[in-house]
Write a protein that binds this ligand. Structure first.
Ligand code: 2RA
Length: 329
């Protein structure tokens, strides 16, 4: 497979290369793509050295699959150009996610929707992926009616500038700000930009993308997305109300049986998910599963995942693996 990674020098792009290597994805030729200032840089991949090329040059190489993580504007302009030469694009930006003609895919949930006609496929937002991974099997069993989610998001979701800001603040040094406020010893209720309705784009992604992936517009989701000084992954406190009642032990079993989920839920020995243990792993970790006694058919759970892996790079590579396995590329 001729694989392009667009945004190869960025944080998610680097993890995409790592995941392709770890999972022995059948790469016969890698086409690392980045902005003009990175063109010519050398990248080592599977014991070979590749040169970073421009988008123009990458299209001409006609890759079989292009993994994009280069921002929405680049995706809107260039994904159609790659698709036009027969490349299947898997895009990690928000550009195509809510386009009714494009599939929004978490492989364990809805990869079966994919066909060879899908030449631009959207990777959901990181905070959406980990939440729907837990909601999907429970929706199937008990019918999710309403979700109230508060997220505690890693600064790696913002990128290198945010990590640098935190490191500077640790050292008491001034530097470029990724956020309007200090992030060290702080929690900022502001992920992405605010919309007219008082919610941020990040919060509306949780609301809108969840409905599309679960293929059920009746699922009501309200979200509060918080940025915290953590690097290992995103954490989410999720309250769910179902149409049907449930047995809490059966809920744990349903979750643990779902591919890609690990239940960590044993209070007797302080076992619950945390970003320091989720970092670098591909599973979604679920714990603190407990009935919400304040209202019928409701429960709380705590969901943690590495936002750069299952929240971005690994999910995209898993979509590519599905396409190859089903001979859709
Ligand atoms: C964030 N989900 O965490 C967004 C984009 N990665 O900032």
């Amino acid at each position: 497979m001729k694989i392009a990674v667009v945004g190869a020098t960025g944080m998610v792009g680097q993890v995409m290369l790592q995941v392709l290597k770890e999972r022995n994805f059948p790469v016969t030729e890698l086409i690392p793509v980045a902005s003009e200032r990175s063109v010519g840089k050398k990248i080592n991949f599977q014991d070979k050295e590749y040169e970073v090329v421009s988008l123009e040059d990458a299209v001409e190489k006609r890759p079989d699959i292009a993994l994009f993580s280069a921002g929405g504007a680049t995706s809107l302009e260039w994904a159609p150009k790659f698709a036009a030469v027969g490349t299947t694009v898997i895009d990690n930006s928000s550009a195509w996610r809510m386009d009714p003609t494009k599939k929004l895919v978490v492989p364990e949930i809805n990869a079966s929707e994919l066909t060879s006609a899908d030449k631009i496929i959207a990777n959901p937002n990181c905070s959406t992926i980990q939440m729907v991974m837990a909601l999907a099997p429970l929706h199937e069993k008990y019918t999710v009616q309403r979700v109230v989610v508060s997220t505690y998001q890693s600064i790696t979701g913002t990128g290198v500038k945010a990590v640098q800001q935190l490191e500077n603040e640790y050292r008491g040094e001034k530097g470029e700000m990724a956020y309007p406020y200090p992030i060290h010893k702080n929690a900022i209720p502001h992920c992405d930009v605010f919309e007219e309705n008082g919610y941020t784009k990040e919060e509306m992604k949780l609301t809108n993308e969840t409905k599309k992936i679960l293929r059920d517009d009746t699922v009501a989701v309200t979200a509060t997305a918080i940025r915290i000084p953590v690097v290992g992954g995103h954490s989410e406190s999720v309250n769910v109300t179902f149409g049907d009642d449930f047995d809490i032990n059966e809920v744990r079993q349903v979750l643990n049986d779902f591919p890609g989920i690990t239940v960590q839920d044993n209070l007797a020995v302080n076992t619950y998910p945390m970003p320091i243990y989720a970092e670098g792993k591909d599973d979604v970790f679920v714990g603190r599963i407990r009935r919400d006694h304040s209202q019928p058919n409701s429960l709380n759970m705590w969901i943690v995942a590495d936002n750069l892996r299952k929240g971005a790079a690994t999910n995209a590579v898993q979509i590519a693996e599905y396409l190859v396995a089903k001979e859709l590329v």
